[in-house]
Design a protein around this ligand. Sequence first.
Ligand SMILES: *Cc1c(COP(=O)(O)O)cnc(C)c1O
Length: 357
Amino acid sequence: MKKVHNFNAGPCILPDQAIENAIEALKDFAGTGMAVIEVSHRSKEWGAVMEECRALWKELLNIPDTHEVVFLGGGASLQFLYVAMNFLEHRAGYLETGVWAKKAYKEAKGLGDAFAVASSADRNFSYIPKGYEIPEDIDYFHITTNNTIYGTEIRYDMNCPVPLIADMSSDIMSRPVDVSKYALIYGGAQKNVGPAGVSFAIIRKDALGKVSRYIPTMLDYRVHIDGGSMYNTPPVFPIFVMKETLKWLKGTGGVEAISKINEEKAALLYGEIDRNPLFTGTAEKEDRSIMNVCFVMAPGYEPLQDEFLEFAKGKGMVGIKGHRSVGGFRASIYNACPLESVQALVDCMQEFEKMKA
Ligand SMILES: *Cc1c(COP(=O)(O)O)cnc(C)c1O
């Protein structure tokens, strides 16, 4: 079905199977004679979709009973505010690893005392800070596990002396995660688990209820847990497509299996970036993301940037222009991006090298 090699950063490529099943559900959902976007969210057919979606999340990520998963509107950007509303009482620490981390931090500063525990702003967020100490008297420590714009990633579950909160928008379900180490994991669906319009939050239930402020109803995680993500009308279509995306993921062998494929794809592309004299990577090698691969023209070849973009476009590559704050190129190689697309990009880089080097 795919006619192009889609490296968009988000919204991004989704599995064919998820899109085909979504099209079917728009024609006739579960034998109801109605489109999935026409049925009541209180119907038993819709209830079954919600149940299946929650069950897939719990199974694929091994979510323990101490935690609950909820689906929300407003994107990861609104959850920046949810985090502060629900967890910030005295003081919060943020790891400043990029634009998204700064935006999360900004919302906390608006509500109370928040500070950057460490930052990699000095080198345009090309690395993950190390050797910092997490104060033990803060309400929580916030990290962005994958920095979508800069192509850096914290690909392990850190030990943290205070509740650990992670924005996993762009690497959720890309590798196994020890959920028990986090008070909260949240993100937008549109990078790795579905279309835009829904976000997820995996919340340790006993970490809630510790702040004294009034929390507006729709910003209170407890309301959404109690309401089974249906306190108000949920974003039904994005949730349906997310459920289908997770079904596909389960069918491919789950998170463990996809993480091996993701590593293979990333190794293939980074290998070419490191070998090809025309290109160079922008992130520190040890902190490289396996989801967003950022690179630029190597010194001396910078004037060829636009020409390579055009050349790659002619070969069917879509979405490889880097974010304006980094420049160059970014290939987002999320779960649904096939190895063949990564190979096609590598072939394209090699052909360009033959023409130019
Ligand atoms: C895309 C992104 C966001 C913002 O997500 P929205 O759903 O558009 O609000 C936040 N954090 C990270 C790491 C992202 O990649």
